[in-house]
Design a protein around this ligand. Sequence first.
Ligand SMILES: [Zn+2]
Length: 426
Amino acid sequence: MVTVNEAREDKTATASPFAMACRFCGASAEQEFVDLGMSPLCESYLPADQLNQMEPFYPLRVNVCARCFLVQLPEYVSPADIFTEYAYFSSYSSSWVEHARVYTESVRRRFGLNERSFVIELASNDGYLLQHFVQANIPVLGIEPAVNVAEAARARQVPTRCCFFGVDAARELAAAGEQADLIIGNNVLAQVPDLNDFVGGVKIALKPTGVVTMEFPHLMRLMQENQFDTIYHEHFSYFSFLTAERIFAAHGLTLFDVEEIPTHGGSLRIYARHTDDAMHNVTDAVANLRGREERAGLTKLATYEAFAEQVKETKRKLLAFLIGARRAGKTVVGYGAPGKGNTLLNYCGIRTDLLEFTVDRNPYKQGQFLPGTRIPIRHPDALEQAQPDFILILPWNLTDEIVAQLDYVREWGARFVVPIPRVRVL
Ligand SMILES: [Zn+2]
């Protein structure tokens, strides 16, 4: 017979400090996917008067569930600490606003949305997307947990409720007769700590004939293209199509279509409906993507285990480039101050000795410092003054837009450097 004390000793001897219950299926998920060391919260920009203070760093160690292959982070930080004041305003990226406009037109046509429809967007940010429905007289409701961002949305006439979404919020909506014809969730699924509560809420807030569309970064692309810098504490989960399909099915929702879109280095846009609503047939794109993910090895644990080494090699190559440039007397500065840049720079240990400063169009970030690395963030005009030899593009997913915007840096012969999937000088 095993006594309570013996069992406890046994547990401390074998359990990984990073062990967790899978946030979807509940199995023990302690298999390492990648360990990016210690990192501060990637959106915690520092004002100058905090430079003489400490910063909290949290482990950035990612697990994979051996049963359902959900790639996930333990909840190192609570969402209330992360999302109630958020520095990301979607409207500052012009390609992002355009992406939203094109999407809005496409779903309006495909699902016949009009003045009598009702559209809910989860994590609606500053209303950059819903504004297009408002302009077309389609009633909308945004749900956005960050107070300052929700205020910005209301200022542009987008009705917005400031709360976290889940089963409770969905029941309130349903009770008030506010079920949706379309529920949109773009870049929010990854940020939900209680995945089952969130998807369960979507089921409740959706009309019997309603449609859900969600966009999230595609795990297959993350793995194939070394996009480890898109991992941060704010992103609790990373989805293949196969795993997303399992999660929605468990809540009575069927994915009937999927599109692969270029945002964030390769995302999926899934289309879901109630499983018992036969209005929309399941398209060939669904079986096609399932097959490609299986052939890419996403149903085998060994594929996930191989990712970490690829990440280490990407770091070594980026450091080799930066050290080589500095030794040759060249100057390197950054462009952009996105969350992904902070994961990259902290993991690689890149500070002002290798990257003097970065610039960003978002006035909220200008004059502040990157978390952890404390690289100063300046106005884009600083590029012209400094005339650097190399500009490292941190939001590499927006490379085309940035290179076009910064055409003038060619005057002094500056060259662009992209860090991911592998360091490349353009
Ligand atoms: Zn699982």
